[in-house]
Design a binder for this molecule. Structure first.
Ligand SMILES: N[C@@H](CCC(=O)N[C@@H](CS)C(=O)NCC(=O)O)C(=O)O
Length: 242
């Protein structure tokens, strides 16, 4: 894996919350690209003036702040999908996350949108649906449909979405796939099917992603991470949000 520095040896600043799946996407991309960065743990919900300024008024992790670039000053990038694109633009030749040709890039972007629109919101809705009933069933069904389509689109040979090389699509889903397994497994007795349609492919992809060094490196303490995550999301699973 190639390593590089963003600008004159000054690291990027990476504002993260240990439990946040969106931030985990950015964290994995920073590691994959071998970029120098300073990890700064924040509570995104504490809307201090300092945090609102850093996050451009959004008060959300992840945030990446580049070193100043001559007279231009630092650039602040928010939103995990935009951060993946930014890191690729910053060091395009270093362990690329998007393939070279326009058609394949467009295809990968379609699947990143699919993750953002057809999987992530249903995961959260299902987790928040404390009471059994129609609304819980609907989010479970919608989540399954989103995952099923993803499984069928996976490369038949694997191990990653597009084949042997890791891409931005893998980083987009992996943190959520882990929470689907961990949190929905714990709070909703949910398990992703393992047979039929694209499910065996999905399961193989999921195991491969969990085995990558960059995924493991973002679990802070791998032994306690699962349990800490479950405890952290307890209010969420009871329909209460921060
Ligand atoms: N669309 C954003 C979502 C990021 C997000 O929702 N982060 C959560 C933590 S997991 C957050 O910072 N929430 C704080 C808030 O909503 O005020 C992204 O892709 O980065």
């Amino acid at each position: 894996m190639k390593h590089t520095q963003a600008s004159d040896g000054i690291p990027l600043k990476f504002y993260c919350a240990w439990y946040c799946p969106f931030a985990q996407r950015a964290w994995m991309a920073l590691l994959h690209k071998g970029l120098d960065f300073e990890y700064i743990e924040v509570d995104p919900y504490r809307e201090s003036q300092w945090w609102l300024e850093i996050s451009r008024g959004r008060a959300m992790v992840p945030v990446i702040v580049s070193p100043p670039d001559g007279d231009a000053g630092p650039t602040t990038v928010i939103d995990s999908t935009r951060i993946l694109e930014y890191l690729e633009d910053l060091v395009p030749d270093c362990n690329p996350l998007y393939p070279d040709d326009a058609n394949t890039r467009a295809e990968l972007r379609f699947w990143i949108d699919h993750v953002n629109e057809r999987i992530v919101p249903h995961m959260y809705r299902f987790l928040r649906a404390e009471q059994p009933g129609d609304s819980r069933n609907a989010s479970r069904q919608a989540l399954l449909e989103g995952l099923r389509a993803f499984g069928e689109a996976l490369s038949p040979s694997g191990p990653f979405f597009a084949g042997t090389e890791l891409t931005a699509v893998d980083l987009a889903l992996a943190p959520f796939a882990y929470r689907i397994d961990t949190l929905l497994g714990h709070y909703r007795a949910f398990a992703v099917p393992s047979s039929g349609d694209g499910w065996p492919r999905y399961q193989r992809w999921f195991r491969s992603m969990c085995d990558t060094a960059i995924f493991k490196a973002t679990l802070s303490d791998p032994d306690s991470y699962r349990q800490r995550l479950i405890e952290h999301y307890l209010p969420y699973s009871q329909g209460r949000e921060q």
